[in-house]
Design a protein around this ligand. Structure first.
Ligand SMILES: [Zn+2]
Length: 339
């Protein structure tokens, strides 16, 4: 497999244009700020929360218990949906940015398939079917068809998606669509989705509903308690609207456990943290002047920086995480308490 570089995932200029359009989109959303709701922690439901910062016009809070970082006051589900459907930034990503990047992003989806194969072999080797929630352009599902793992691959995606592949069944709709589905699955995937969901308990209730009792749920999401994100703060690509809930290993475990899941595995397999930090340092040489140890590490040769990246990966401090969970116990979810 080819080595994945930052430029393959985030092409130069694209992130800047995406940010510019996002700020415009948020300005429109903020005209309805009087309808926003200020809540406690959506992961652990604690009311012990504090203000964190304002970024691109949105206020962020941090939970003092599980350290979840989240947008609050946040738009209601209805306003959020309206934002997603009318977002010029997301339209740009889908129509202009993404097709040109498709080939260079392929190794990323191939790596996800390799990971999924290992996890299925370890936790649910007799898996027959799977559901992918929030399938984007269907890249992962398409890569999955190259492997003889599943008899049935179903993808759920709110945007119209035409794959023209007999082996993949496409359902158009948001995750709420699962309420009316009777089928159950051995494996449910949700790549880079849960950070966009305002009320994760409702999402997890429906995931449970469509999972076989011994099935597995495989998700990925940014890890906010990572050296990259905590150091770069709002300059991190993790902190961007509409990442409305930014989890860490503690917060996601708390959320899943409250919703009747048991975590089987958590990993932060990232390879790009050090490269990203170095890119920021190249642009602004005094960036880490208040953090001489980090500055020192980043200035070392490739062998040492690779060892540092490996350390982050092994100790759950890389900026993305993957979680595997299974159903264990009752769903004890509810609406997030209002402050
Ligand atoms: Zn919390």
């Amino acid at each position: 497999m080819n080595k994945i570089k930052v430029k393959d995932v985030h092409h130069p200029g694209v992130a800047e244009e995406f940010d510019r359009l996002t700020v415009n989109d948020i300005q429109k959303l903020l005209t309805k700020r009087d309808q926003f709701v200020d809540t406690g922690c959506p992961a652990c439901h604690s009311l012990n929360v504090k203000s964190a910062f304002n970024y691109q016009g949105m206020d962020y809070r941090r939970c003092c218990e599980c350290e979840l970082l989240y947008v609050s006051p946040a738009p209601t589900e209805a306003l959020h949906l309206e934002y997603v459907l009318n977002s010029t930034a997301m339209k740009f990503w889908r129509e202009i940015a993404n097709p040109g990047m498709r080939e260079s992003r392929r190794p990323m989806y191939q790596e996800r398939v390799e990971y999924a194969k290992k996890i299925i072999q370890r936790f649910k080797p007799n898996s027959k079917n799977c559901l992918e929630v929030g399938a984007g352009n269907g890249e992962f599902a398409q890569e999955l068809t190259n492997e003889q793992i599943f008899n049935e691959i179903v993808v759920l995606e709110p945007q119209e998606l035409t794959l023209n592949m007999d082996s993949i069944e496409v359902i158009t709709g948001g995750f709420e669509e699962l309420e009316s589905h009777e089928r159950t699955f051995d494996v449910v995937f949700a790549w880079e989705l849960i950070e966009h969901i305002l009320e994760p308990d409702q999402f997890l209730r429906l995931v449970r509903k469509v999972m076989n009792s011994d099935g597995i749920f495989i998700i990925s999401t940014p890890n906010e308690n990572s050296v990259e994100t905590r150091t770069l703060g709002t300059d991190s690509s993790n902190i961007i609207f509409d990442h409305v809930r930014l989890y860490n290993p503690v917060a996601i475990t708390e959320l899943l456990s409250r919703n009747g899941f048991r975590v089987l595995d958590i990993s932060t397999p990232g390879l790009l943290d050090v490269e990203r930090l170095k890119q920021h340092l190249d642009k602004k040489t005094d960036l880490f002047s208040d953090n001489p140890a980090l500055h020192f590490l980043l200035m070392q040769d490739d062998k040492i920086t690779a060892a540092f990246q490996n350390y982050l990966k092994e100790n759950l401090h890389s900026s993305h995480m993957r979680v595997v969970a299974t159903i264990d116990g009752e769903w004890k979810g509810s609406k997030t308490p209002v402050l």
